[in-house]
Design a protein around this ligand. Structure first.
Ligand code: N01
Length: 555
């Protein structure tokens, strides 16, 4: 492969690279490592003061991964890394994950190509030179043949449009943009709005310290015990010993199934008796963690009947824990389990047995306004010293729309995605040549192992770049028809499941006005097989452009 630029060239105020990566989180760091390793010049920009992306911002109390850190929530590309990093818990807490990401950056000498506190404010494609120009908040401008958007699937905090929200006089924090300085809840009356993963993780921690916690709940949620525990050295040693096989299994398509949002335990729910099924639910609940989903029947998300049974099982668990029947009633979820992102907790329902915790059911008693001193619901005023917004994210598409790149003819992504997120393979967009997304809408992203998914998508992007360079081509983009086919595929897979039946951030329905559109490719590991096949067929669905003369001198 030929690389036109090995070192940035100064050209007035513009620096020239082969690739600009936007975002220095888990995905962006791997993209830098891999693309730089191919001999490309790469620059990473991130608006945050430090690397880590999601793990930098989400430092609220109780934040931790909810899959096993080893082997599932970690990079897989380096055997040495697997041998070197000692995870201490089965589900690492945010400080440990951030320390790991920082270790990776130092271990692979990534920082020298990262510019922090540098927001990309504009990214624009020039058809004549076949290059992108990126303008940043520091005044620095860069030009690159390729842009890789590693902007995060859950990185644009959703500040709810509640009347009076800016009038609150106390401290106010969003879980997805938590302050760097320690936050004290001691002696304070804290209101938490939102009971998704962030609320469910933080509420028990806040309640241990605060004078009083008022939980404002709009939709009751199912949650399963995380059962996090110290990671036994023997378990870590076993993972290390069997690493090759484990990694291969993580990336392998499910056996005998073309489609598996969660492959399940290989047993059919319909071939077992209700007693056998109940025994499995109990066993999985005792095991805790996302095993409750991963080890469940494959019909969990496909069959109303099975899902209702599982949902009722979980409601029974809430009734067993919560002592006050009225509070327990308010906590009863009524959607199909796991059609919203499954939640894990450490004592969430138990928290409602505490004297210093009150639950407000916003469906019965909606918020009228936030005042300077608290929250006023239809029935009363709740005096508060602190407000915690655990109100989630403009997920999956939000970070790309915030970036709003301008493609051919200056057409913006916001214009292109007005009604749907048209793209191909979840990674490329017609009209936006040489631009790639990691964990974009239409990838398995948030429903797969995110670090491994980022690696596999980056590897695909890197191969595409290599192909283009090897062939002496200047630009690549998907066809309009390929996008239509991809949209159909994503939608058809979703329609085989119960997911579209529930309002969730997967559907975009948590953001007022956002098009309702299921945004995850449910192929799981099969997706990665699929994209490799596309490449093997000569990048089916893509068009390549000859390299323009002007471009070859630009970089
Ligand atoms: O956000 P959410 P999150 N008035 O969107 C409520 C990942 N994550 O930050 O359900 C009142 O799930 C909203 O109510 P409703 C994980 O993938 C992972 O908790 O829309 N309430 C809901 O209760 C997760 O799924 C971990 O009716 C309002 C809550 O706010 C994703 O991030 C930890 C409201 C938002 O829940 C997002 O989780 C944390 C309003 N105006 C997060 N607007 C791990 O463990 C919203 N709500 C790895």
């Amino acid at each position: 492969m030929t690389s036109t630029t090995h070192h940035p060239l100064e050209d007035g105020a513009t620096e020239h690279y082969d690739v600009v990566v936007i975002g220095a989180g888990v995905s962006g760091l791997y993209a830098l490592h891999h693309l730089r390793g191919m001999g490309l010049s790469v620059r990473v920009y991130d608006g945050a003061p430090e690397i880590g992306g999601t793990w930098w911002y989400n430092r609220y109390p109780g934040a931790r991964v909810d899959g096993p850190s080893a082997p599932l929530y970690c990079y897989t590309f380096s055997d040495e890394l697997v041998q070197e990093w000692d995870w201490t818990e089965t589900q690492a807490a945010q400080p440990e994950v951030l320390a790991y990401v920082e270790y990776v950056a130092d271990r692979f000498d990534l920082r020298r190509d990262i510019r922090l506190e540098t927001w990309v404010q504009d990214a624009r494609y020039d058809e004549a030179t076949q290059r992108w120009t990126v303008e940043t908040s520091t005044g620095l401008r860069a030009s690159a043949q390729f842009v890789v958007c590693a902007v995060g699937a859950l990185s644009v905090a959703n500040k709810p449009d509640i009347p009076g929200i800016d009038d609150f006089g106390g401290e106010c924090f969003h879980t997805g943009d938590w302050p760097q300085e320690p936050v004290s809840f001691s002696g304070k009356r804290v209101g938490v709005i939102g009971t998704g993963s962030s609320g469910v993780q933080s509420i028990p921690e806040i309640a241990k310290e605060a004078a009083h916690v008022t939980v404002f709940q709009r939709t009751p949620q199912y949650s399963v015990p995380a059962r996090n525990r110290p990671l036994e050295p023997e378990r870590l040693a076993e993972v290390r010993k069997n690493w090759d096989a484990i990694r291969a299994e993580m990336a392998a398509p499910p056996q005998g199934a073309d489609f598996a949002p969660f492959p399940g335990n290989g047993r059919s729910a319909f071939e077992e008796t209700p007693e056998q099924r109940h025994a499995l639910y109990e066993e999985l609940w005792q095991e805790g963690s996302l095993s409750f989903v991963a080890g469940n029947y494959p019909e969990l998300l496909m069959s109303e009947e099975i899902n209702r049974e599982v949902s009722e099982f979980l409601r029974g668990k809430i009734r067993q824990v919560v002592r006050d029947p009225e509070t327990a009633d308010k906590l009863m979820p009524d959607y199909f389990y796991a059609t919203k992102r499954p939640i894990l907790d450490d004592g969430y329902y138990e928290t409602f047995n505490r004297d210093n915790v009150t639950l407000v059911d916003l469906r019965q008693d909606p918020i009228e306004t936030i005042t300077s001193t608290g929250v006023r619901t239809a029935t009363r005023e709740h005096a508060l010293d602190m407000l915690v917004l655990a109100t989630g994210f403009d997920a999956i598409t939000g970070s790309m729309l915030r970036l709003d790149p301008k493609g051919r003819g200056g057409v913006s992504l916001k214009e292109k995605w007005q009604s749907r997120f048209h793209n191909y393979l979840g990674m490329t967009i017609n009209g936006f040549p040489n631009l790639f997304m990691i964990h974009g809408p239409g990838t398995p992203g948030v429903l797969y192992l995110m670090p491994l998914g980022a690696e596999l998508e980056t590897d695909w992007i890197a191969n595409c770049v290599r192909y283009l360079r090897d062939q002496g081509l200047g630009a690549v983009e998907p066809t309009h028809d390929a996008e239509k086919t991809w949209d159909r595929e994503v939608t058809e897979l979703a329609n085989k499941t119960l997911f579209p039946r529930t309002d969730s951030w997967y559907m975009g329905s948590n953001i007022p006005g956002k098009p309702r559109h299921f945004s995850v490719h449910l192929g799981g590991p099969g997706y990665f097989q699929r994209i490799v096949e596309v490449a093997a067929k000569g990048y089916e669905g893509f068009v390549f452009e000859e390299e323009h003369r002007a471009a070859s001198t630009a970089g």
